[in-house]
Each structure stands twice: as C-alpha cells, then as structure tokens.
Design a protein around this ligand. Sequence first.
Ligand SMILES: Cc1ncc(COP(=O)(O)O)c(C=O)c1O
Length: 427
Amino acid sequence: MLNRFTEKTESKFSRRSFIKTGLASAAVATLPGCDSQIDVQVRRNLKKPVGIDDAGWKNVRSQFILDKGITYMNNASLGMPPAVVAEAVCKGYEAISKEPLHGKHDLQDNITKEVIPNLAKTFGAEADEIVLTRNASEALHLQAIGLELKRGDEVIITTQEHPAGHRPWMFRKEHEGVRVKEVFIPSPLDSEDDVVSRVEEAISRKTKALSFCHVTRGGHRYPVKKLVAMARDRGLLTLVDGAQAAGQFPINLHDLGCDTYAVSLHKWILAPAGTGFLYVRQDARKRIRSAFAPDPTLEAPGFDPPGTKDFPVRAAIGAALDFVNTLGLENIENRCRSLSDYLKAGLAEIKGVKLLSGHTPEISAPGSTIFEKEGLDAIASVPMMEERIKTHIDEHQRDSHNAIRISTHVYNTKAEIDRLLEALAKA
Ligand SMILES: Cc1ncc(COP(=O)(O)O)c(C=O)c1O
C-alpha cells in the first residue's frame, strides 16, 4: 500500500522534492490518491467463500491490494488488511481533515455505537466489558498492573509467554515484591492435559492468578477453558493473552470464562495497525483495578485509557469486523487449517526439516506453522526468502528452537506455498 502512495506521489513530485517537503505534504498529496485508487478495488463485492480450496476463495483474495509478485506469510506479526479497511482509514482521516469537529464526533459515535458493540457480539461479551487499546501489549499491561496483589502474592505464568505478557509481571516483581512463577511448557505441546497438569502442579497457597496465552507466538494452542475451570475451582483469577488467537477461530469470552483477555486486532482480524482491546469480565471488576480512574465503581470501572484517540483507525475496525464476519470465523479457521495442513505435508517431504507445530488441532492454531531446517539459520532465512522469492516470513528463535515461522491467512494460496516449499528445499 505504501508503495502505491509513494508511486503516486513520485509521479507528481521528484523523489528529492518529496523527501525535502516532508511527511506533512506527503499526506496532503497522497490522501486523495489513496482514496481513488482503493475505491477501484472495493467496488468488487465481497462474497461469502465456498469450501476451503483456492477456487472458492478467489473473490476473497481479490479484496487485498498487495503489490503484484509479493507473497505475505507473516500474518502473525502484522495482518494484511483488505482494501476496505485501508479505505476506511483514509475516509476517517479525510473526515477529520475536512471538518474536524463533526468528523471527530461522527467517528467517536461510530466507535461507541457500532465498533464496540460489534466487537462484543463477535467475541461473546457485553459492550461494557470491552475497552479499546492500541494493541495487545497495552491490554496485557493493563490487566497485569490492574490485578490487586500484595507483596508475596504469587502469579503463575508459562515459559512460552510473549515479552508483552512477561514484562508487566517482571515490573510487579521488581517494584512490588510479587512472586512470579514460570512453569515450563514443552514446545511442541504434548497434550492439553499435560499443559493443565503442569500449571496445576505449580499452584501454591500463595497463588492468586494464572496468566497465560491462548495461542503462543509460535502457534501452540493452550486449553484455555480447561485452565480456567481448574483455576476457578481454586478461587484463582485467569488473565489471558489472546493476541494470536482472535481472528483465527471463533471465540466466546463468556463461554471461556476467563477474567480478562487481551486482544490484537491488527493480526488475524485484519484491522488497521494500532488496534486491540482489553476484556474484563463484569464479575472480575471487584479484583481488577483501573490504572486510570481514582474513583472507579462497579458500574463505571474506568479501564479505558484516557486521552485523544486515533479515531480514524479505531473506526476502521468496523470494516475489518464486517469483512471477517462476512467470511465467517469458522470458515476462516477451516481455510487456514487446510492451508497449514498443505504446508506441513510439503515440509514433511523436505530433507532435514523438523516440524515443531503440534500434531492435532486442539494443541495447534490453524494459521501458524513452525519448523527447523538442518543447517539453515532461521534469522537468515527471512531476508533469504524475500530476496529469492519475494516472500515475507518470520523466525521463531525461542523456546530453544532455531525455528522458521510461516503464518498463512485466508488470502494465501497453494501455489504460494509450493513456491515457498521449493525455495526452502534449495535453501
Ligand atoms: C502471543 C503474543 N502476545 C502479545 C503480542 C503483542 O501483540 P501487539 O503487537 O498487538 O501488542 C504478540 C505479538 O506478536 C504475540 O505473539
């Protein structure tokens, strides 16, 4: 998308004058261009996909404006929004640029009356249980900092937490004397029951809460419902990192039963960058504090980070939700699963490849696949694949792996996977 904007700008100005005039004039020069270019794309109607094969998802694929020749397989890092989402952001910025006062109010209204209720409906929650954040990291900080704990109280986390889920606890350990116990979880996971029993065994009389991923950075899926039920029986709170889970499969937060849940919307939900939310279950308000309100009440808990918001970006979450809900989250799950199954089958044919993703759907997410290849440095493989086949992938040098992470979403195709497999075989 950026290339399109730059191309448009460069046709009007020389590259030097573009750089000289700076970002402000770039925005002025590109916004109308962005509007008209994307419009062409969004005129095509999104149709509900049929089945799981590429043919049935062709129309869905055509909704993305990825530059020709590029393949994107790093969705777990940052989702690739469809044209309608890019257009919604542009339109929002036009609105606050052309008529700032009404533009802002209209966007605010839309966020309160459409976006948040729609999020609540999609994720099986009430609108007042959701506050928007800039990303999952912010939500993870708010839920960890908000938990009422005193010196010596214990929180259990696992060894596969993302730094965003780990660092807030290190803060509380350093500054408040909270005990943080890290439970080792093997990668790949052994079974759902193995995860539950490892966590359960670590619980002590000091334990007050469990904090863990729904889907790890490497795509391992924890049994959230079972962990929550086990914790509930013991009076413990559960704080969940849903950054990699939201958008890969249907999630009903009330049914999961956890007390808080932190979400990235700019990954699998395909919303604009800088979007996420924090869910706090109504009944958990007694034990989770707001970091912002001096006088919270159960009716007005004050979790919402104050200050001026990125209204155009937040309002555009609505376009992403419409998009994924038109496809259907179950369809998305099945399509993602079929693509990663195809990838895994191909990887199994390559000499020296060791698959590290779990072998059953219960313990592996549909879209992310991790593996090692003998003699291939995972970090070096990222620019290598970009150079050789213009394909964006990621590394996963964690959990003592030298792993490559491929995260395929509904827009990827078997042909793209074949090209990647061929390049990996030669690498
Ligand atoms: C498991 C997990 N948690 C949290 C995050 C942080 O997400 P965000 O970039 O939305 O803050 C990531 C990002 O990759 C992640 O993989």
